[in-house]
Design a protein around this ligand. Structure first.
Ligand code: ADP
Ligand code: MG
Length: 707
């Protein structure tokens, strides 16, 4: 059981004050009072305005101190200049939550005033929602303390919105689409209360079945991830984020950085958390409405019932796209549907009743599906024909839906002219999930199944590798004292060996003679690589020579490397050349980890080698990851078949990739001074034969974080 937190009284306040209530109907301060009164809130309502008087049948108080009852929420809508004074009055009154509507704070660069308010609030036991918000709605309190258009229906969808304008528009939209809300919260600048805390509350709120979040930017992403992972085991969570096309800032020094478009990371991390990310607002609302009403499926197999072959095929495609499995036991399909099937129909899934079918045939086929054990969900399609009595059909759909509603998920897609559109409209308003497009309908079913798989999955603890972090930090500190922001090859190797990563043998040589000795000791063939604090990408500088078979080649390579590195960067300080055992060829992968601006530590896996930037076949997770999460990264990339083995090749050592990924995840999670670590390539061999970290790169903050 969750203990009551600060946020509970935000949703269940005993009294609400509106500081800045106005007699002027055109003002926000009027609108908020009006909504509170009209929504039927039965706690104390206290409009505050120095002029006093009356508003909408409520006494207007001249000041907060004149209010006698308890005030849990103060909605503040006075001008920015006097917000702080209002906050002081709230402290004197013992208010718990400041819901600051007023804008003109950090969103326009006025960070200090916002911070001053938050600090003062915290010193006086108050919490802040906003500023720069449109308010809050809570169904359990019957309270609409927003300046929206009113008319919010109560129901099972909770909305958290970072955008004010869009949030207000959502009020109208949900009302128009008959979507009932359990809560609606505007978080605005998130100066104090953010999504994470609200999610914790909503996760245990019985009325809430679906949580829909509109997000523009992630703050404190580590906490958000931790919370989302828990919340998605209880509720469906749908997210819509703006900025899909924007790419994050390019960090030149690592592939992990430059490949990490903020949106790709957001996308991957949301999936990792079990969150459903919608493509558009419309999709988000479609999902939310469907998920709020649909029962949890008992199994994974859907049945498509249609009177048109064409749209049946479209739906089959959509099922593939949205990962909805189709019931495939042909014998049972035949037994189930033959009795209700017209002459030329097909009982294969899609169950095609053909244009010959009447509304009654259609109803019988739907009944057969929904009564049959093992047929877990129904996708009911209809193409307009002359044989259907449209009005009768409408009532049949309504009846079927009502009858099976709590038992099995059902979705409808109808295609045709005005009469059909009319059915879609009317049934839609009554909460029946009918769509004009097969894709939209199946997309909803797909969302339900994705969320369902997540609800069923047992949570798994992250795999934390116990390594000597002090030793790693020591190596970094030494390099830092030399003014560097990255480790040289030999130092990176030390870190890799602390993590127990398999690497080819290597010796750093400071002269030709030392290089030859090293090569003889390691054994031919060898690889040689420049070791220089001024060169990060060694092959770009001509600093790598592969496959050296004898002493002469080592001598030549040594000179060639020095020559081309000097040509590449005139004043490069070259410490020497690393002589390395030549690793046998295998599949080149890349594993990286870094501190991300939004989510904190993250891990990346992908197909590596020199084409990594071109192929961009990579995937991300928030760290630390569990083994299962690391495994899912491997199986998620497009090149996964290469690791399974193509054309008679053996399967590669995927277990070892997973191990290396969890170790980098542990490293980036614990050593916060490391900004980027990347193994490219991590060469992967056949199953049982392991992997080799051939090139390990580690970057760190030049100055340690002041804590
Ligand atoms: P950089 O990425 O700084 O250019 P690498 O050490 O990754 O340098 O070397 C470049 C490429 O050379 C690697 O991607 C890999 O294909 C190959 N290579 C490097 N070291 C070895 C090795 N020890 N055995 C086999 N191939 C190697
Ligand atoms: Mg490399």
């Amino acid at each position: 059981m969750r203990t009551k937190t600060d946020v509970d009284s935000l949703f269940e306040p005993r009294g609400v004050a509106v500081v800045g209530a106005s007699h002027n109907e055109a003002k926000i301060g009027y609108r908020i009072v009006e909504n509170i009164v009209k929504s039927g809130y039965n706690g104390g309502i206290y409009p505050i305005n120095p002029k006093g008087g009356e508003i909408l049948g409520q006494k207007m108080y001249e000041s907060l101190s004149a209010v006698e009852g308890p005030v849990d929420i103060a909605v503040i809508s006075v001008p920015e200049k006097i917000v702080f004074d209002a906050v002081k009055d709230c402290a004197d009154k013992g208010v718990k939550h400041l819901v600051i509507i007023t804008s003109g704070f950090s969103e326009v660069g006025n960070v200090e005033e916002e911070q001053r308010i938050v600090d003062f609030a915290h010193d006086h036991g108050m919490r802040v929602l906003g500023p720069n918000i449109f308010g809050i709605y809570s169904a359990s309190a019957s309270l609409d303390a927003t300046f929206g258009p009113g008319g919010i229906l109560s129901g099972h969808v909770a909305i958290i919105s970072q955008s004010g304008a869009l949030g207000v528009a959502m009020i109208g939209k949900t009302a128009a689409e008959s979507i009932g809300l359990s809560a609606l919260v505007s978080v605005g600048n998130k100066s104090d209360i953010d999504e994470t805390e609200l999610l914790e509350y909503l996760a245990q709120d019985d009325a809430t079945r679906v949580i829909l979040i509109y997000i523009e930017g992630v703050k404190h992403g580590e906490r958000l991830v931790e919370t989302l992972k828990k919340v998605t085991r209880e509720k469906h969570v749908v997210v819509i984020k703006s900025g899909r096309s924007k790419r994050g800032a390019m960090a030149a020094a690592s592939h992990t950085g430059s490949l990490a478009g903020t949106d790709e990371i957001f996308d991957n991390v949301m999936r990792q958390c079990g969150v459903l990310r919608a493509e558009s607002l419309q999709e988000a609302f479609d999902w939310a409405r469907f998920l709020a009403d649909a029962p949890v499926p008992k199994g994974k197999y859907g049945v498509i019932v249609t009177n048109g072959g064409g749209i049946g095929v479209l739906a089959t495609d959509a099922c593939e796209k949205y990962d909805v499995a189709l019931y495939d036991d042909q014998k049972t399909l035949k037994e189930t549907f033959s009795p209700v099937m017209p002459d030329f129909g097909s009982s294969k899934n899609p169950v095609d009743l053909t244009g010959q079918a009447t509304a009654e045939d259609y109803a019988k086929a739907l009944d057969a599906t929904l009564e049959k054990e093992g047929m877990d969900a129904a996708i009911a399609l209809y193409c307009e024909t002359a044989l259907f009595d449209v009005n009768k059909f409408k009532e049949i759909l309504r009846r079927e839906y009502e009858h099976y509603r709590g038992r099995k998920p059902i979705i409808f897609a109808l295609f045709g002219g005005d009469k059909v559109d009319h059915i879609i409209d009317t049934l839609g308003k009554d909460g029946v999930p009918v769509f004009a497009s097969v894709y939209e309908a199946v997309s909803c079913m797909g969302a339900l199944y994705r969320s369902w798989r997540n609800l069923r999955e047992q949570p798994e603890e992250p795999e934390l590798y116990d390594f000597d972090a002090d030793a790693v930090n020591g190596i970094i500190e030494k390099a830092r004292q030399q003014g560097r922001g990255f480790l040289l090859a030999d130092e990176a190797q030390q870190v890799a060996s602390i993590l127990g990563l398999p690497m080819p043998r290597s010796i750093v040589a400071g002269s030709i003679q030392e290089a030859v000795d090293a090569a003889e000791e390691i054994g031919y063939p060898v690889v040689m690589k420049v070791v220089s604090k001024d060169i990060v990408h060694k092959s770009d500088a001509g600093g790598v020579a592969l496959d050296l078979d004898n002493k002469k080649e080592v001598v030549d390579a040594y000179q060639a490397i020095l020559r081309s590195c000097r040509a590449y960067k005139k004043d490069a300080v070259i410490k020497g050349v690393e002589v390395v055992e030549m690793a046998p060829p295998g599949v080149e992968t890349i594993i990286g980890a870094r501190q991300d601006g939004a989510f904190g530590p993250i891990v990346m896996f992908g197909l590596g080698g020199i084409y990594v930037e071109v192929m961009k076949d990579v995937t991300f997770r928030a760290a630390p990851v569990s083994r299962r999460e690391a495994q899912s990264m491997v199986s998620e990339i497009r090149s996964y078949p290469l690791l399974l083995g193509v054309r008679g090749e053996k399967r590669k050592d995927i277990d070892e990739i997973v191990t290396v990924a969890t170790r980098l995840s542990s490293l980036i999670h614990r050593c916060r001074d490391i900004t980027d670590v990347e193994i490219n390539p991590l060469v992967v061999y056949d199953r049982g034969e392991g992997v080799k970290a051939v090139d390990v790169r580690i970057l760190f903050k030049k100055r340690p974080e002041v804590k």
